[in-house]
Design a protein around this ligand. Structure first.
Ligand SMILES: [Zn+2]
Length: 374
């Protein structure tokens, strides 16, 4: 493998606790941190029980997620070319995403957030896309993924290839595609496919433009939003970040920050995956901390957020084509898209179940139908 260990010389608690994507810390430190987290996680488990866990009704099947649609959404993103910030491909893809999400229905409101944020080479233009489904609801979950493509394929060995952008079929387009397909199922309020809860889908910009050994240069879009949310006092019950969720044979061990900040939600998602038959993708195995979009969401916005991110179960590497020109459509597998998409959709429906019941009064035939989601 070509992975290098991240430098740990920089002072500061933040730096010592974080590892940039793909640069696990030396084993000794990782084990020490893991031991601390096991203790911390055990404490969290005892003291912060999921509000839905005690009252959860029997699960209602979520609508069937279409991996064919998700795959088509990846192909469309790739057809724009690499969605490198400040490029025509990026701009056209963002326009297309806004239009597609708006087309889901009148119960969907799209909020765009633009800014100039500091980057390695001066200011970078930023365009976050926030899709608000059932915007009037107070109880919400936040699902997100980054849609930008990395400007350099710096995991290539060939010098010329290193200067090329990444197609980003898996590391970018896959998470967005899953969320786009998922949104299609969130039918209008009181319909049979209304999950009963508000959903925000955030498509982050500037996640993947950093220098590989500097965590702070990554996740600029989510960090900007976390410090400047689209709505004052924005709250969500929890959040899920999807990153590299489409590769063949993917595995999603339980990432350390996710366990630190959202241990109950991690178990909820992983148990749901097992219940649906996708346990092979979601092993109950821990993996070391990764600096991804869930870090600003947890640390700055205070939303308990977990990261579903592809890691190898043996050496914790990302998928073999990470930050390479070969991260293209040939790496994508519909089985993985289905496992992730159906699991997350089911988690949303399970979370909304108590609210669906509240609105399903016997005196309202239309609303009562919302309990019989197929
Ligand atoms: Zn990346």
């Amino acid at each position: 493998m070509s992975y290098r260990f991240r430098s740990l010389t920089a002072p500061g608690r933040f730096r010592r606790l974080t590892a940039t994507k793909g640069f696990p810390r030396p084993l000794g430190q990782a084990l020490a941190a893991l031991a601390a987290l096991i203790l911390l996680g055990a404490g969290c488990e005892r003291t912060t029980k999921s509000p839905s866990a005690a009252t959860a009704p029997p699960p209602t099947p979520a609508p069937p997620f279409s991996a064919d649609s998700a795959l088509a959404h990846i192909r469309t993103q790739l057809a724009f070319g690499p969605r490198v910030p400040n490029s025509a491909a990026h701009s056209r893809c963002a326009d297309w995403l806004v239009a597609r999400f708006k087309a889901v229905g009148p119960h969907v409101v799209v909020v765009e957030q633009t800014a100039q944020v500091p980057g390695k080479r001066g200011k970078l233009p930023l365009r976050n896309i926030i899709v608000r489904v059932y915007p009037e609801r107070a109880e919400r979950v936040m699902l997100s993924a980054h849609y930008d493509a990395r400007i350099v394929a710096d995991q290539e060995t060939d010098a010329a290839a290193q200067r090329q952008p990444v197609p980003a079929a898996n590391d970018g387009a896959s998470g967005v595609a899953v969320l786009l397909e998922l949104a299609r199922h969130l039918g209008p309020p009181s319909s049979a496919t209304d999950p009963g809860i508000g959903v925000d889908i955030a498509l982050w910009d500037l996640e993947d433009q950093g220098q590989t050994d500097l965590a702070e240069n990554f996740c600029l879009g989510s960090a900007h939003w976390a410090a400047n949310p689209h709505q004052r006092n924005y709250r969500a019950r929890f959040g899920i970040v999807l990153d590299m969720v489409g590769a063949r044979g993917a595995t999603f061990p339980q990432e350390e920050y996710s366990l630190q900040y959202a241990a109950n939600r991690v178990q909820q998602v992983w148990r749901t995956a097992h219940r649906l038959g996708y346990g092979a993708y979601f092993p109950f195995q821990k993996s070391s901390a990764i600096f991804d979009d869930h870090v600003p969401l947890n640390q700055t916005a205070g939303i308990p957020t977990l990261d579903i991110i592809h890691r190898d179960l043996t050496d914790e590497a990302f998928f073999a084509h990470w930050h390479k020109r070969s991260d293209d459509i040939s790496q994508i597998d519909k089985g993985t898209l289905l496992a992730v998409g159906q699991t997350v959709l089911q988690v949303v429906y399970d979370e909304g179940a108590p609210f669906r019941r509240q609105s399903a009064r016997p005196d309202s035939a239309g609303r009562a139908a919302s309990d019989s989601v197929k």
